[in-house]
Design a binder for this molecule. Structure first.
Ligand SMILES: Cc1ncc(COP(=O)(O)O)c(C=O)c1O
Length: 395
C-alpha cells in the first residue's frame, strides 16, 4: 500500500493504492464481482460483496483512514447508514445518548424514532451552554456532536466535550460532514469516531450517495460487524466514484475555502443582508475556536436577508448560477431555505429562537469563480429588493 503519510493532498490521491507493478492500471479498476474465489480449505478475506471489503472498498477505506488520522475506516451506502451502524455498534437497550440539539434531521429521526424503539433514549443539549454536562447519566454511552453545524456553522471546542464524555465512559462521535477531513479531523481533538456523509464534500460532485466512519480498529471493527448483518453496503461502482472524487478533495476544498472567505466578506458588506454566518468572519461567535481547530472555514455560508421570508423567496428565484437544492458540498453552488427544508417542522418563532429567522438562506458555495458567484448573488439581492410591492409603487 502506498502513501498513508505525507500531506493531505498526497494522501487524497495515493493512500491505500496497491504498489505499482508493470502493466497494472494507474487507476484502480471497478470490481463488480459479488463473490471471490476462496481457498477450498476456507482461506480468503474477500468472500462476498455484502461484507463490503472488495478492492474498491478497501482502497477508499485506507484513504479515508489516512486523511482523518484513524487506524481504520468503513464506507457504507449513505451517511445515515454510517450513523446507524455507529450507533448500533455503541449502544444497546437501556443506554442513553447525549446529542447536539443542532443535529441533522435524519440523525434526529434515527435517535428519536428508531433507537427509542430499541430502548435507547436521547437527551438533546446545547454544547455551547456549559450546563450541557448535566445531561450525562451513568448509562450515557455516546456523546454525539455535529460540527460545523447546520445551518449556523457553530464550531465547538471538542477537547472539553471529549474529556467530559470519557470521564463518564462514553464515546464521542462527531459528524464532520460540513468540514471534510481536509478542514477538520475530530480524532485529533479527542473524538472516538468520526462520521461523514461522503455524499457531500468527500465525493464532491453530487453524484454519489455514501457514508463513512473513521476511528480505531476496535471501534470501526464493531461498526463493521453491525454493517455485515444489517447490510447497508456501498456498491463497488459508488465506491470507485467516491475514490475518484476524493482524489481532488484538497484542490476542491482549497477553492471552497477561498470562495467562502471572499464571498462571506462581500456578503457582510451588503446592506440587504442583515447577518452573514461564516466561521471565518470575526463576527461569527465561534471564530476563535474555529481558527484554532479547523484548517479551513469551508464552503458553507448563511445569509439572513433584511426583507425576511418574502425577500428570500424572491432572492432564490432570481439566482441564475446558484440553484435551489437541499444537498451541499458539490462543485456547483446550491442554496436552500431552512424554513422549507431542515427546519420546516418548526414554527417561525421556534426557528427564530434557534437563531434562524425567516429570510435565512443556506449557501453551499461551489468551486465556480468567486466573481461570478458574487455577480449572481448581487443581481438576486437587487431583484429581491425590487419585489412586486416596490414595482407597483414605481408604476
Ligand atoms: C450533516 C449531515 N449528516 C448526515 C447526513 C446524511 O447523509 P446521507 O444523506 O449521505 O445519508 C447529511 C445529509 O444531508 C448531513 O447534512
Amino acid at each position: 500500500m502506498m502513501a498513508s503519510h505525507g500531506g493531505l493532498g498526497t494522501r487524497a490521491v495515493h493512500a491505500g493504492d496497491p504498489e505499482p507493478r508493470p502493466n497494472a492500471p494507474v487507476v484502480n479498476p471497478i470490481v463488480p464481482s459479488t463473490t471471490f474465489y476462496m481457498d477450498p480449505d476456507g482461506g480468503g478475506d474477500l468472500l462476498y460483496s455484502r461484507y463490503g471489503n472488495g478492492p474498491n472498498h478497501t482502497v477508499v477505506e485506507a484513504r479515508l483512514a489516512a486523511l482523518d488520522g484513524g487506524d481504520d475506516a468503513l464506507v457504507l451506502g449513505s451517511g445515515m447508514a454510517a450513523m446507524a451502524c455507529a450507533m448500533l455498534s455503541l449502544l444497546q437497550a437501556g443506554d442513553h445518548v447525549v446529542a447536539t440539539d443542532a443535529i441533522y434531521g435524519g440523525t434526529r429521526a434515527l435517535l428519536s424514532t428508531e433507537l427509542t424503539r430499541l430502548g435507547i433514549t436521547t437527551t438533546y443539549v446545547d454544547f455551547f451552554s456549559p450546563g450541557w454536562r448535566e445531561a450525562i447519566r451513568p448509562e450515557t454511552r455516546v456523546v454525539l456532536g455535529e460540527f460545523p453545524s447546520n445551518p449556523l456553522l457553530r464550531v465547538a471546542d471538542l477537547r472539553p466535550i471529549a474529556d467530559a464524555a470519557h470521564e463518564h465512559g462514553a464515546a464521542l462521535v462527531v459528524d464532520a460532514t460540513f468540514a471534510s477531513p481536509f478542514n477538520f479531523r475530530p480524532l485529533e481533538h479527542g473524538a472516538d469516531l468520526v462520521m461523514h456523509s461522503a455524499t457531500k464534500y468527500l465525493a464532491g460532485h453530487s453524484d454519489v450517495t455514501a457514508g463513512a466512519l473513521v476511528g480505531s480498529h476496535a471501534r470501526v471493527g464493531e461498526a463493521r460487524k453491525r454493517a455485515r448483518v444489517w447490510g447497508p453496503m456501498l456498491d463497488p461502482h459508488a465506491a470507485w466514484l467516491l475514490e475518484r472524487g476524493m482524489k481532488t478533495l484538497s484542490v476542491r476544498m482549497e477553492r471552497h475555502n477561498r470562495n467562502g472567505m471572499e464571498i462571506s466578506r462581500w456578503a457582510e458588506g451588503r446592506p440587504e443582508i442583515a447577518h452573514t454566518f461564516y466561521p471565518g468572519l470575526a463576527s461569527h461567535p465561534d471564530h476563535e475556536v474555529a481558527s484554532r481547530i479547523l484548517d479551513g472555514f469551508g464552503g458553507m455560508m448563511g445569509i439572513e436577508l433584511r426583507g425576511g421570508g418574502p425577500a428570500a423567496s424572491r432572492f432564490v428565484r432570481a439566482l441564475r448560477l446558484a440553484k435551489v437544492a437541499p444537498s451541499l458540498g458539490g462543485v456547483e453552488s446550491l442554496v436552500s431555505e431552512p424554513r422549507h427544508t431542515s427546519h420546516g417542522a418548526m414554527t417561525p418563532q421556534e426557528r427564530a429562537d434557534n437563531g434562524i429567522r425567516d429570510g435565512f438562506i443556506r449557501v453551499s458555495l461551489g468551486i465556480e469563480d468567486a466573481a461570478d458567484l458574487i455577480a449572481d448573488l448581487e443581481q438576486a439581492l437587487v431583484a429581491a429588493e425590487d419585489g412586486p410591492e416596490q414595482r407597483e409603487a414605481a408604476e
